[in-house]
Design a protein around this ligand. Structure first.
Ligand SMILES: [Cu+2]
Length: 220
C-alpha cells in the first residue's frame, strides 16, 4: 500500500508541473498574459520555439504599477518544485504601442535576475512559490513586459530535457531614471539547447558551478 501511494505521488509529480499566473496578487491571468499551460501546467521544451518568448495563449488586460527600485512578487503555482534557476527579464513597450497587444520579438529583452544555486552535496535552489524580483532603479519609467521563468533541470542531462515554465507580466514602472539597458536578447535566440546551464546533469557529478543561460544580467 505504501509503495502504491509512493508510485502515485511520483506519477503526479511527473505530470503536475506549474504555472506563473500572477504578480503582486493580481487576479490570475489578468496582468499576466494567459499562458498556453494554464490548464495542463506543462512546460516549453524547445528553446527555438516562439513559445519560449511568453508561451502566450491570450493577451493581458491589466497592468501592475511598480516603482523603480522596488520589487515585484512573482507567484508560481503551486510552487517551483523542480530543481533549477528562476530568471526574470524586462522589455520596454515602444511608445505608441498597446501593452496588451505588443509582441516582444527581436532583441528587446534584458535580464534583471538570474538565480544561482547553493553548492554542496547537491545543488540547492529556492524552489519557491513566490519570488521577489527587484526592478532596477535606473531604467526609464513606462510600460514593460516582464518575462519570468523557472527552468526545471531534473532531467536536463539529455538535449531538450530542460523544462521551461514561463509567462509574461505587464507592468508600468514609475519613477526610474534614464539609463538605457544593455545586453538585449531575443526569444527565441537567447538560449541554445546546448547551453551549459540548459544541457546539464545536476546529479552526477554534482556541479561546482552553474552558468545561467541568457545574456549578462543588467545592473544600474
Ligand atoms: Cu514538471
Amino acid at each position: 500500500m505504501k509503495t502504491f501511494a509512493l508510485l502515485l505521488a511520483a506519477a503526479s509529480a511527473v505530470s503536475a508541473h506549474y504555472t506563473l499566473p500572477t504578480i503582486n496578487g493580481a487576479p490570475a491571468w489578468s496582468a499576466v498574459r494567459q499562458a498556453k499551460n494554464w490548464q495542463n501546467n506543462g512546460f516549453v521544451g524547445d528553446v527555438t520555439s516562439s513559445d519560449i518568448r511568453c508561451n502566450q495563449l491570450y493577451a493581458g488586460n491589466e497592468t501592475v504599477s511598480v516603482a523603480a527600485g522596488s520589487s515585484v512578487k512573482v507567484n508560481v503555482n503551486p510552487n517551483a518544485y523542480h530543481p533549477g534557476p528562476f530568471q526574470s527579464y524586462l522589455a520596454k513597450v515602444p511608445e505608441g504601442q498597446d501593452v496588451n497587444k505588443w509582441d516582444p520579438t527581436g532583441a528587446v529583452w534584458f535580464r534583471i535576475y538570474a538565480e544561482q544555486p547553493k553548492f554542496g552535496s547537491q545543488l540547492t535552489w529556492l524552489s519557491a512559490a513566490n519570488y521577489d524580483i527587484k526592478i532596477p532603479s535606473c531604467i526609464p519609467a513606462g510600460k514593460y513586459l516582464m518575462r519570468n521563468e523557472h527552468i526545471g533541470l531534473h532531467v536536463a542531462q539529455s538535449s531538450g530535457g530542460a523544462q521551461f515554465y514561463l509567462s509574461c507580466a505587464q507592468i508600468e514602472v514609475t519613477g526610474g531614471g534614464s539609463k538605457t539597458p544593455t545586453n538585449l536578447a531575443a526569444f527565441p535566440g537567447a538560449y541554445k539547447a546546448s547551453d551549459p546551464g540548459i544541457l546539464i546533469n545536476i546529479n552526477y557529478p554534482v556541479p561546482t558551478s552553474y552558468v545561467n543561460p541568457g545574456p549578462a544580467t543588467f545592473t544600474c
